[in-house]
Design a protein around this ligand. Structure first.
Ligand SMILES: Cc1cc2nc3c(=O)[nH]c(=O)nc-3n(C[C@H](O)[C@H](O)[C@H](O)COP(=O)(O)OP(=O)(O)OC[C@H]3O[C@@H](n4cnc5c(N)ncnc54)[C@H](O)[C@@H]3O)c2cc1C
Length: 266
């Protein structure tokens, strides 16, 4: 199907883009890899697309001077996947990017688009929660923990643009594991689990098994008793049934993948 008709604007500045979003029916266009399929399926019918690709200064991966990174919202998935800085500072991010879709999609898709789309089965939203990221927007800075409010629902206002993702340094010697199960390479995860272990504590995030990416705080508190962590992880998620997998199967995957991700992190 073709998308419904829309007006198109490619502003040259963030101020101009924000002003255009005052139109209630306007939507930001970044890589278009989620938005355009939704238009084609007629799940959305915005009257105006505000293309942010020509706004300078939104595509970068920079050292924050304190062991972490600052990432511009228009940074493509492929840049995250191939960045030396990402590999040195956040190898889990680098490894997980290979599970995101296919190369052609990773060439266009942006970190900001993935985070703002907020698919509960997408890798980047879960990783931002795991890595305690902050989202800088045209209005404020939001902790990843406060960013997701439901499936495809974020804390962003209609006229708010995500501009930068801030990743704080990991503690020295933090180990990590990222485990995903999908039906085919490049498909969205049926379930995935990311974990870090450092300074005697674990952080665990599950994607694809809840309405939002979910940090498993009750399970984390039982670390290092792995059997107890796994049982608590399975109790903490509320997976859905859909045509790809039953809720029970997803809960089973949460157990298996949590155990594997923790083993890798340890
Ligand atoms: C076949 C296929 C398979 C895929 N598989 C996966 C997968 O396995 N894992 C995965 O994570 N993703 C997957 N994706 C999605 C892909 O990663 C998208 O690139 C990503 O979700 C959206 O990024 P985008 O830049 O294309 O955003 P767009 O499609 O342009 O926008 C997505 C949404 O975010 C909003 N938005 C975009 N940027 C901003 C911003 N800076 N500020 C405010 N709002 C903004 C838009 O208005 C829109 O609502 C897949 C896509 C396809 C087509």
């Amino acid at each position: 199907m073709k998308p419904p008709a829309f007006e198109y604007l490619a502003p040259a500045s963030l101020d101009e883009a924000v002003a255009a979003l005052a139109d209630d029916e306007a939507k930001v266009l970044a890589g278009g890899q989620s938005l355009v399929p939704m238009l084609n399926f007629r799940l959305l019918a915005p009257s105006l697309l505000v293309d942010i690709n020509r706004i300078p200064g939104l595509d970068y991966i920079e050292d924050n001077g304190a062991g972490g990174l600052r990432v511009g919202a228009l940074t493509r998935h492929y840049s995250l996947e191939t960045s030396e800085l990402v590999l040195q500072r956040f190898p889990i991010l680098n490894a997980a990017m290979r599970y995101v879709a296919h190369l052609a999609i990773r060439n266009r898709g942006t970190i900001g688009g993935s985070l703002c789309h907020g698919d509960p089965a997408a890798e980047l939203p879960g990783l931002m929660l795991l890595l305690d990221a902050k989202m800088k927007t045209t209005q404020r800075t939001i902790a990843a923990a406060d960013f997701y409010q439901g499936a495809l629902e974020t804390a962003l206002a209609d006229d708010e643009i995500l501009t930068e993702i801030q990743l704080p340094a990991l503690a020295d010697e933090t180990g990590w594991g990222f485990e995903e199960f999908a039906r085919r390479s490049g498909d969205f995860a049926l379930t995935a689990v990311g974990a870090t272990v450092g300074e005697g504590a674990a952080r665990i995030v599950v994607i694809g098994a809840h309405d939002t990416p979910l940090r498993l705080t009750a399970a984390e508190a039982l670390f290092p008793d792995i059997d107890a962590v796994v049982a608590a992880a399975q109790a903490e998620v509320s997976p859905n049934d859909d045509l790809h997998a039953s809720a029970d199967y997803r809960r089973h995957l949460v157990g298996v993948l949590t155990r594997r991700a923790l083993a890798a992190a340890i």
